[in-house]
Design a protein around this ligand. Sequence first.
Ligand code: FES
Length: 163
Amino acid sequence: MVINRRYFLRRAWKACTAFLGGAAVWTSWEMLKARDVAAGGKITLGNPVDYKDGTATYVREGRLWVVNAGGHLRALSQKCPHLGCRVPFCDSSGRFECPCHGSVFNIGGEYIQGPTPRGMDGYALSVEGDALVVDTGSVITGPENSVQNFDSTAKGPSCAAGG
Ligand code: FES
């Protein structure tokens, strides 16, 4: 079989397109997926009074969020219970909004909407001396979707909606 120039270029173009598409998908997945917490150890989080009501503070070392939901401190995994994407906190809505398939959680990590099978998983918190400590080796499975102990009202526009 004789391969002419046009045939060769068409095949090369398709191969390059497929490669670039695959690379784009791989890169997107690497950016969105949550990484597992490395060691499963304890992390000191500072003074509990530094976590003000209505705030969510990201702790890079533990790849988790520390939230103050109406005076209740909780440590929440950044990993979405649906398929494991990293879940950011949306300051404008005051909710966690997963960018992958639209699951939304209130500041306490409880289910609001989307395909997630449960609320956000968490970790055990304790106070040792004056410091808040999270034990990333002690995972607390997220609450059932029917559980509603915290306010789910949006403070403002959703980040996912571009607002
Ligand atoms: S991974 Fe979060 S909604 Fe699917």
